[in-house]
Ligand binder design. Structure first.
Ligand SMILES: *Cc1c(COP(=O)(O)O)cnc(C)c1O
Length: 420
């Protein structure tokens, strides 16, 4: 019997069976988690992280040793020459935009090789919106290579990367698509192909949702610049806001000139007491990502056992933390999200309903009961109310907490006579 919560016998039995199915993936995830934990720990030790690095700075923030050392630790962990890790990045999109505007100049061309990028990047590039100061407004050209059967089209990439291309852009995570996420091995191949065609090309990776899901990071296999959010994987559920850019020293410097100003770059930026949580977040990140991966694997196995379409399936190796579930109709999506919300530690009493969200072309229902507003390393679910009626689920600060949320989601569906 599951203590404290009311779960039907059918769902409890299904849960036990699903857990058995997960064993092999859980072992693999534990293995990757341990590897990455040691990688992070070694970087802390090598850089002599000390309690004095948690001291706060104000004003210009000159000579903030904690901030400068964190950048070094970050670079070591992500296999890059340098990094800039700041609470001042407001979100992942802001971080990615800073990197793009940091290194691209008028007349340059950006080539996205993973099909259409994540929605919020469209107005940064200038695919949508006008007069907001997009890359397009600054005469930066954009092209994309579509995916072929949901996979990278290496031949088309090879044809497209010529001397006119300044940047090859890769999105590692599936985001809110049904395509598979990219492995670091696939990213490595894109780097090789691109540099063979144009040795000067900058390969940039949107690393959101991908950090610590594998033993290697894109910076270790030839990517020149990577960026991500701290309220996703790399903040370990501890960072309360922020982002990071890591890569070649000269490129990170240009990004720093964009974040602050030309000339000042990384030298300024008061940390206002954020250092401790950014260090602690990085320290927790491998483990937290492992918990989030296990949560996704379990949800996948559980809902597949009820007869729903799931991607990825429980036994597939994952390269991001995102899980999608085909729940087939609006009522089920709503019940699912309400069940997840009802088990969340924060705002459990709130009942999500479908809502017209800015930037979406249909109503969306969302479950999020998080310590950090909008954090998606914490368990959260979003479902646009439209064909094919999929819910996207990600995060889980700890597996046991995410597991009971998944069972409550199934229970909510069963109570409404919706569970297959
Ligand atoms: C989340 C995400 C972003 C944008 O990050 P925000 O913090 O939501 O602005 C960009 N790309 C991918 C793949 C993401 O998952």
């Amino acid at each position: 019997m599951i203590p404290f919560f009311k779960i039907s016998e059918r769902i409890e039995v299904a849960s036990q069976k699903a857990l058995k199915l997960c064993e092999e993936q859980f072992n693999y995830i534990n293995h990757v988690t341990e590897f990455n934990q040691l990688k992070v720990q070694k970087a802390f030790i090598d850089n002599g992280v000390s309690e004095s690095h948690f001291n706060s700075s104000t004003g210009y923030g000159y000579n903030d040793r904690g901030r400068d050392t964190l950048d070094k630790v970050w670079a070591q962990v992500f296999g890059t020459e340098d990094a800039i890790v700041r609470h001042n990045f407001t979100c992942g999109t802001h971080t990615l935009a800073t990197a793009l505007f940091g290194v691209l100049r008028p007349g340059n061309k950006m080539l996205c090789v993973t099909g259409t990028p994540y929605d919020t990047i469209h107005s940064v590039i200038g695919i949508s919106g006008e007069g907001m100061g997009s890359l397009k407004d600054f005469q930066i050209e954009y092209e994309q290579v579509p995916l072929k059967n949901d996979r990278l089209d290496y031949d088309a990439i090879e044809k497209s990367v010529d001397s006119s291309v300044t940047m090859v852009y890769i999105q590692r995570s599936r985001g809110y698509e049904l395509r598979p996420s990219l492995s670091v091995e696939e990213i490595e191949r894109v780097c090789e192909i691109s540099k063979k065609k144009n040795p000067n090309v900058i390969v940039m990776v949107d690393n959101c949702y991908g950090e610590f899901t594998e033993k290697r990071e894109p910076g270790e296999v030839g990517a020149d610049l990577i960026a991500g959010s701290l309220i996703k994987n790399a903040g370990g559920g501890i960072a309360s806001t922020g982002g990071y850019i890591a890569g070649k020293k000269e490129l990170v410097e240009k990004c720093a000139y964009r974040l602050t100003t030309p000339g000042l770059g990384k030298e300024v930026g008061a940390t206002l007491g954020h250092n401790r949580e950014l260090y602690m977040g990085l320290f927790f990140a491998p483990h937290t990502v492992g918990e989030a991966l296990k949560s996704s694997v379990f949800i996948s196995a559980l809902f597949e056992s009820f007869g729903y379409k799931v991607t990825p399936r429980y036994h597939e190796i994952r390269h991001d933390i995102v899980q999608s579930l085909g729940l087939e109709n609006e009522e089920s999506l709503v019940a699912f999200c309400q069940g997840i919300q009802s088990g969340s530690p924060i705002d459990s009493f709130v009942s999500p309903v479908p809502w017209d969200m800015p930037g979406y072309d249909s109503k969306v229902v969302m479950a999020a009961g998080a310590f950090t507003l909008g954090s998606s390393i914490e368990l959260s679910a979003d479902a646009p109310i439209r064909e094919p009626f999929y819910a996207w689920i990600q995060g889980g600060l700890n597996f046991h907490s995410a597991k009971i949320c998944a069972l409550l989601a199934a229970q909510q569906m069963e109570d409404k006579g919706l569970l297959k």
